[in-house]
Design a protein around this ligand. Structure first.
Ligand code: MTE
Length: 330
């Protein structure tokens, strides 16, 4: 039972054996919804409950969010359990094992924190994290996340469209791409001592991809501020691309005229293309991308899931790539 509950299956077990904390969470949700006159966090709470999730874990500060109205932003697939989302991570600055970030990211100091937005913009500016938290209304987005390694999760993120931030700095006519630079501080990040990657971790998008409403500037998950291991205090989430395109712990966002050089592209451009849109037909040179393993389903549904083009966000994003040869721009 505990195994099932940890993996978010409480909803399926049946009301007579619904764990007490889940039951309490539902009652609390209903009570708050009934009392609500305007619903931000309440809607998020209801969305999670609809997915059969337990109460928010309550370890970090709560982050209120309304249910997103952006088309495609709320998958009804069962969310991956909080425990898995926060203990099975890729954050090489804290080590390369999946359990390293949860073990070592406690050393990350997330206040004070600033993000500079610069380059081909009319109003370059450095934003304090407190300003970013208030810049636009927070939304809950329940996205599939597909890692290039062949596993996936469903995560209830909190944030707002990155376009909200980019609009405020007023891109110039020369801006074609956006570069995302993340923190590289060897005093706080033990993994930086390793030369596994060329630090800082840098990623990039085309400007129209960055302005797409699904591209999320993310500050929380599961109703709370982001845990350090998931990229606190602010990260990107681009749900139709492999997970490595979504940089964690952002410190600089730079609009550029030319395509930025990315960390994984520098490490191996044949394996990690600039676009890296999820595509079951384009295999990684060392493994197939046709299927994926949903974390938390191991041993319950042993069959792998088919991977979907653009990670299932085809309706929303395919027009960004109209006329492009996806094999060439992989
Ligand atoms: N960002 C930084 N700065 N460092 C990293 O190692 N790993 C990427 C991405 N962002 C990474 C990063 C990869 S490979 C994935 S799959 C996702 O973060 C994982 O995000 P999660 O651990 O929150 O699930």
């Amino acid at each position: 039972m505990q195994f099932l509950r940890d993996r978010g299956y409480a909803h399926e077990i049946g009301s007579e054996v619904t764990p007490r904390d889940v039951y309490r969470s539902r009652r609390e949700c209903l009570r708050r919804i009934a009392a609500a006159t305007a619903g931000t966090a309440l809607a998020a709470c209801a969305a999670r409950d609809a997915l059969g999730q337990a109460a928010r874990p309550g370890k970090l500060a709560a982050l209120a969010a309304a249910r997103s109205a952006v088309p495609g932003a709320l998958t009804m697939e069962r969310a991956t359990a909080y425990t898995d989302v926060t203990t099975y991570n890729n954050f090489y600055e804290f080590g390369t094992d999946k359990s390293d970030p949860a073990q070592h990211a406690g050393s990350l100091k997330v206040r004070p924190w600033r993000v500079s937005v610069e380059g081909e913009v009319r109003r370059a500016r450095t934003f304090d994290i407190e300003d970013l938290l208030k810049l636009a209304p927070m939304e809950e987005r329940i996205y599939r996340m597909r890692c290039v390694e062949g596993w996936s999760m469903v995560i209830p993120w909190i944030g707002y469209s990155l376009s909200e931030l980019i609009k405020r700095v007023e891109p110039t006519g020369n801006a074609k791409f956006v570069e995302f630079v993340t923190l590289a501080d060897r005093t706080q990040m033990p993994g930086i001592r390793s030369s596994v990657l060329d630090w800082p971790y840098v990623e990039g998008l085309r400007l129209d991809e960055a302005m797409h409403p699904l591209t999320l500037l993310c500050m929380g998950l599961y109703g709370e501020v982001l845990p350090n291991q998931n990229g606190a205090p602010v990260r990107l989430v681009v749900p139709w691309k492999y997970g490595f395109k979504s940089g964690k712990s952002l410190v600089k966002i730079r609009l550029t005229e030319t395509q930025p050089q990315t960390t994984w592209g520098k490490a191996n451009s044949d394996e990690y293309g600039f676009y890296s849109n999820v595509n079951p037909q384009i295999d990684h040179p060392r493994w197939s991308q046709a299927t994926e393993r949903r974390i938390g389903e191991d041993g319950v549904f042993q069959k792998k899931r088919p991977t979907l083009l653009f990670n299932g966000y085809q309706t929303q994003v395919s027009q960004l790539y109209a006329g492009m040869d996806l094999r060439k721009f992989f």
